[in-house]
Design a protein around this ligand. Structure first.
Ligand code: C2E
Ligand code: CA
Ligand code: CA
Length: 386
């Protein structure tokens, strides 16, 4: 069993680390009480515990004991209301490798985390299939990169008022055995196994290479947006690496817009403003992607050296549904801060007209174009980029 406390960070924040440490020690003791001396109990990391125990008893009894004993821990007369998440894997005769066993319990644990109302998840066939699928992809990814199976598609961005082209977003597709695999099938996995660092760098270079060709052959330099994953922000050399690529292809960094998702921009523990300042100093543009889906505070945006806010598709979907719409407010705030606004996922004329009325600067979505493979995008550029 792998278990942790939900939002343990908040406990540390609210009560201080000393109390947090006491709670962890207490949890360790409680686990010994519950599982007895024959079990192997370990603190895996932070507030993450691993328990190896004999489940010949009833496994659900063990789970409910954990909930009852840990969810209202009492220390010096104060009761802390915690909630736990547990992932359980039932070890079988054939399992010989302990780290593979732990991995499966971790997968089950992540599954229980997916649903805030589920305290536990017991590894089952559904997860087995996902793990197998992931292992298959992991077996293919290095070769895929070498064989250049990852392709950059470009989705045009269009000025709302004039309907002329502003630029495009680079989006990755994986072409494997004549089939096209979309990013939702591999990006989350690559974020987990860190392969995203390699893929993002490759895509970044592919984009620069193409930008250079357009500059030479078509004489144009449209602004291209590239997604930067959160892991890149943890890597202090990523900016130097990106800057070297830009220099290699002689691209002006102010033609490249780095899209950073809102959740990354407001992550704790990373001095995001410092990194953004460095990005800006090198001349890149910066966008906040999926804006409105996270917990950003407006005061933080004020302090951030960003250029563009991308309003998340979920808000655009609501246009025309007569629900109270945030789009209006987001655009007003952006204007107040002198930021450009892009609406993503625009599919209908009604949405476009609404965005025009509210003075949203740029539109990206199927209404104008889907992401296009390179040759089609080049045709699009020739006819639309002025
Ligand atoms: P994103 O950055 O939010 O990209 C926008 C997504 O919305 C794209 O999905 C795009 O195809 C889709 N989209 C655009 N207009 C419309 C529309 O009108 N209707 C609908 N229904 N969808 C629309 P896609 O290409 O499947 O990419 C999904 C996500 O995968 C991206 O979300 C991005 O977070 C990630 N991603 C894609 N390529 C890369 C990459 O090279 N690196 C990294 N780190 N992430 C990537
Ligand atoms: Ca994006
Ligand atoms: Ca987005």
């Amino acid at each position: 069993m792998m278990l942790d406390i939900n939002k343990f960070k908040m406990i540390n924040k609210a009560y201080g680390y000393a109390v947090g440490d006491k709670i962890l020690i207490n949890i360790g003791n409680k686990l010994e009480e519950i599982f007895g001396k024959t079990a192997l109990i370990a603190r895996y990391s932070n507030d993450y515990f691993a328990v190896l125990f004999d489940y010949s008893d009833n496994i659900y009894t063990a789970i409910s004991k954990v909930i009852n004993k840990i969810e209202n821990i009492k220390i010096s007369n104060i009761t802390y209301n915690l909630t736990v998440s547990m992932g359980v894997y039932k070890i079988k005769e054939k399992d010989k490798n302990i780290s593979a066993v732990i991995d499966k319990a971790i997968v089950a644990h992540s599954e229980s985390k997916e649903n805030p109302y589920e305290r536990y998840y017991i590894y089952d066939d559904k997860l087995e299939k996902i793990v197998e699928e992931d292992e298959k992809i992991e077996g293919l990814m290095y070769n895929a990169l070498m064989r250049r199976e990852f392709k950059v598609y470009f989705q045009p961005k269009v000025f709302t008022d004039t309907e002329t082209m502003y630029g495009a977003e680079a989006l990755t597709r994986w072409e494997h055995n004549g089939k096209i695999i979309t990013p939702n099938k591999f990006i989350p996995l690559f974020e987990k196994n860190k392969f995203i660092l390699k893929l993002d760098t490759y895509i970044f270079e592919e984009v620069c290479r193409n930008m250079r060709l357009w500059k030479e052959e078509l004489g144009i330099e449209p602004i291209i947006s590239i997604n930067v994953s959160r892991d890149h922000f943890m890597d202090e050399h990523f900016l130097e690496k990106y800057y070297m690529i830009v220099a290699k292809y002689d691209i002006n960094p102010n033609k490249i817009d780095l899209e950073i998702t809102e959740s990354v921009a407001f992550e704790e523990g990373v001095d995001i403003i410092e990194i953004m300042n460095r990005i800006k100093k090198l001349g890149f543009l910066v966008s906040i992607d999926d804006f409105g889906t996270g917990y950003s505070s407006l005061s933080m945006i004020q302090d951030m050296p960003i250029d563009i806010i991308k309003i998340d598709k979920s808000f655009i979907d609501r246009i025309g549904q007569k629900k109270k719409n945030m789009v209006d407010y987001i655009i007003k705030i952006a204007k107040e801060l002198n930021l450009m606004t892009i609406a993503e996922g625009v599919e209908t004329k009604e949405q476009r007209d609404y965005l025009l009325e509210k003075s949203c600067d740029i539109i990206q979505g199927y209404y104008y174009s889907k992401p296009l493979p390179i040759h089609e995008f080049e045709k699009y550029l020739k006819t639309n980029y002025k």
